[in-house]
Design a protein around this ligand. Structure first.
Ligand SMILES: *Cc1c(COP(=O)(O)O)cnc(C)c1O
Length: 340
């Protein structure tokens, strides 16, 4: 039995999801004639109480399109130093939008409203890039699946309003945050100008993201998607998977969170584990005491048991629980860990 915990993107469609895909009605979405995509976009827009939703092939493209919508070349956006948009989107912010980042030294990927306010360049000081956007990530990926305090997000919204800045949420992992903190899409829709969400992470779809916002900002989104190469044809097969996931795979995220906590509790008891970061959702980041066991050797031992996790450098390791990580695998993994 292969136990793959390197990411929640490793999942394969369930039989129910495949059935939904097989039976999807499709059309050419570049002409907006794909009923499955139109239905998904309408559903997601309604969930977040936004006027427009647009289907994208990836979370990266949805974020990059959002940044383009909010900015002009030479502008600057504010984000945490851990932000996915800055670290893991191939430098797309500068390449696609000609925009630079003011990085904030936050806590596990999360900034305070005060830090955001301090990072804004005065708009009449023409020597500095013009600050036009604040980008937030919830849950934070590099921050170990940490969830934001909703009140801090509200305070940052107030800062954005005062300074006329766009407010974007990279919500690739927002479903996990909402389940963990018992929050609703509507609450987030009220705070942010644009929100990207992924279906290919915790929700278990093969592909797909959606960007939501109101017409005033989203009217150019379809043009930007086209120029980024994201206009797809009969992609309703993918949208059908996303709709299925919204109906069947959101509440069950709590199981992934519970298993992640149980793994974390066991890790803290192992003598060669130095530190386990707080676990709020489905990501576990921990450190090995390399004077007792090297991270490399630990990974090898797991691999010998057909368990796969990922190293993040500097002795840090990561485990991510997901839809294809079953209870049987969970019990097997816990007993393997105990024997190391
Ligand atoms: C995975 C992820 C993305 C990008 O998603 P892709 O679909 O892999 O391009 C963006 N932001 C965060 C926080 C993510 O975890």
């Amino acid at each position: 039995m292969r136990i793959n915990l390197i990411s929640d993107t490793v999942t394969k469609p369930t039989p129910g999801m495949l059935e939904a895909m097989f039976t999807a009605e499709v059309g050419d979405d570049v002409f907006k004639e794909d009923p499955s995509i139109n239905a998904l976009e309408e559903k997601v827009a309604k969930m977040f109480h936004k006027e427009v939703a647009l289907f994208f092939p990836s979370g990266t493209m949805a974020n990059q399109a959002a940044i383009k919508l909010h900015t002009q070349p030479a502008d600057q956006l504010i984000c945490d130093k851990y932000a996915h948009v800055y670290n893991y989107e191939g430098g797309g912010i500068s390449f696609n939008s000609g925009v630079s980042c003011k990085l904030v030294d936050g806590n596990r990927g999360m900034m305070t409203a005060l830090q955001v306010a301090e990072a804004i360049n005065p708009p009449d000081f023409y020597h500095s890039p013009l600050t036009t956007l604040v980008s937030i990530e919830n849950t934070t990926n590099k921050g170990g699946g940490a969830c934001w305090d909703f009140d801090e997000l509200k305070k940052i919204q107030a800062v954005c309003k005062t300074h006329h800045l766009g407010y974007h949420l990279d919500g690739a992992r927002l479903w996990n945050a909402m389940v963990a903190k018992n929050e609703t899409p509507q609450q987030y829709g009220e705070l942010f100008d644009t929100i990207s969400v992924c279906f290919s992470k915790g929700l278990g779809c093969p592909v797909g993201s959606v960007l939501v916002g109101n017409k005033d900002i989203m009217h150019k989104a379809i043009r930007i998607r086209k120029l980024l190469g994201g206009g797809m044809r009969q992609a309703g097969y993918l949208a059908a998977a996303a709709t299925y996931a919204l109906d069947h795979h959101v509440d069950r995220l709590a199981e992934d969170h519970k298993r992640a906590k149980e793994i974390g509790e066991l890790l803290t008891q192992l003598p060669f584990i130095q530190k386990v970061e707080p676990i709020e959702t489905n990501i576990i980041i921990f450190e090995i005491d390399e004077s007792l066991l090297s991270a490399e050797r630990f990974l090898e031992k797991l691999k010998a048991n057909n368990v796969h996790i990922i190293g993040m450098g500097q002795g840090k390791l990561r485990i991510v629980t997901h839809l294809d990580y079953t209870e049987v695998m969970h019990e097997a993994f816990l007993s393997i860990l105990k024997k190391i």
